[in-house]
Design a protein around this ligand. Structure first.
Ligand code: ACO
Length: 330
């Protein structure tokens, strides 16, 4: 059987209606628009409506991706949802989405939790499963309702995050050298405590005391995360370029995880690639974790920033500490 390339057939995204501005945040905690903008590049973020779950946002993004691809739900035999904020601790958000989207009961549906790198991990997994020939068409969704795990009294984290979703449909083509060209994933497990939710899991179950202390919310050592993020994103980008004998200037567009504009600027300097080659929407959405890259990818495509033949580099880092890059030719 001739080998097939795994390609993105369509993209979609969704952001909740409610906009939370820096000015509003400065009334909630001791912060200012100036501090948030200069430290992170964020001006506003979206917040899901009460009762709007991760799966609801994922469904909206997935429907748009299916429309864009011209693929029906009945054709999907694999759904992978990248999220660290599933609707319920169990079962997976993917199961809830399978029902809401009306995917066949024969579809394999599961979640991947690699925090902000989740979409890159899920994309690699889905493409490998489709390339094996055992699955034909996959939906890969990144969706997060981070507003539920953020401590709205902690100014060091609450200003950085937002809610949203993005999705892609994966299929195959006999055309060689297109689609997912390669990935480079990695993990620094010794750095778990730099960014985690300390309580509420199996090692330290939640108690009334831990909840009162806010230990079920995200905690982050921002400065250390910043330094590691720049290092591992640069490494993941360089490694994949080297593996494929490419120079940075051959990349038409980099879609980095949207955590902080200063991190993106640092990567742009390290790779000696102008900031104009980086897609940036962190100013409007903040850090939406696993939703960040597919949301940016969809906006970039719809804005005409990705053309046939272009090489796109996705690069991310997240809690874990996980990191990864993916190279796509369109
Ligand atoms: N408003 C005003 N002041 C603040 C705020 C705020 N919102 N937050 C912190 N400060 C104060 C601090 O208390 C500190 O005050 P001090 O000097 O009196 O102690 C001062 O501002 C400087 O704080 P720093 O932490 O040194 O600020 P820094 O320049 O490092 O920026 C930031 C902080 C934006 C968090 C940065 O470190 C960062 O972006 N880190 C990476 C975080 C990240 O990307 N996380 C996402 C990971 S992905 C995932 O998986 C979820």
């Amino acid at each position: 059987m001739p080998s097939l390339s795994t390609i993105i057939l369509g993209t979609g995204s969704y952001a909740p209606e409610r906009v939370l501005t820096n000015a509003e945040l400065s009334k909630m905690v001791d912060t200012s628009d100036e501090w948030i903008r200069t430290r992170s590049g964020i001006r506003e973020r979206r917040i899901a409506a009460p009762g709007e779950a991760t799966s609801d946002m994922g469904v909206q993004a997935a429907r748009r991706a299916l429309d864009d691809a011209g693929v029906t739900p009945a054709e999907i035999d694999l759904l992978i949802v990248a999220t660290m904020t599933p609707d319920l601790p169990m079962p997976a958000a993917a199961c809830i989405m399978q029902h809401k989207l009306g995917l066949p009961t024969s579809a394999a549906c599961f979640d991947v939790n690699a925090a902000c790198t989740g979409f890159v991990y899920a994309l690699d997994t889905a493409c490998a499963m489709v390339a094996s020939g055992r699955y034909r068409k996959a939906l890969v969704v990144g969706a997060e309702k981070l507003s539920t795990i953020v401590d709205w009294k902690d100014r060091t984290t609450c200003v950085l995050f937002g809610d949203g979703a993005g999705a892609v449909v994966i299929g195959t083509t006999p055309q060689p050298d297109v689609g997912l060209i390669g990935t480079r994933l990695g993990t620094l497990g010794e750095s778990v405590d730099l960014l985690c939710i300390p309580n509420g899991g199996s090692s330290v179950p939640a108690t009334p005391e831990s909840i009162a202390a806010g230990s079920h919310f995200m905690k982050m050592k921002g400065k250390e995360v910043f330094k590691l993020a720049v290092r591992v994103m640069d490494e993941a980008a360089r490694d994949i370029l080297e593996q494929h004998h490419l120079r940075a200037d051959q990349i038409s567009l980099v879609i980095p995880h949207q955590a902080n504009l200063r991190i993106i600027e640092a990567i742009s300097q390290y790779l000696e690639l102008p900031l104009e080659r980086f897609f940036v929407n962190v100013d409007r959405y903040g850090n939406t974790s696993a939703a960040s890259i597919p949301l940016a990818l969809d906006e970039a495509r719809r804005a005409g920033r990705i053309q046939p033949g272009d090489l796109t580099l996705l690069v991310a880092f997240g809690a874990g500490l996980t990191y990864g890059s993916a190279l796509l030719r369109w």
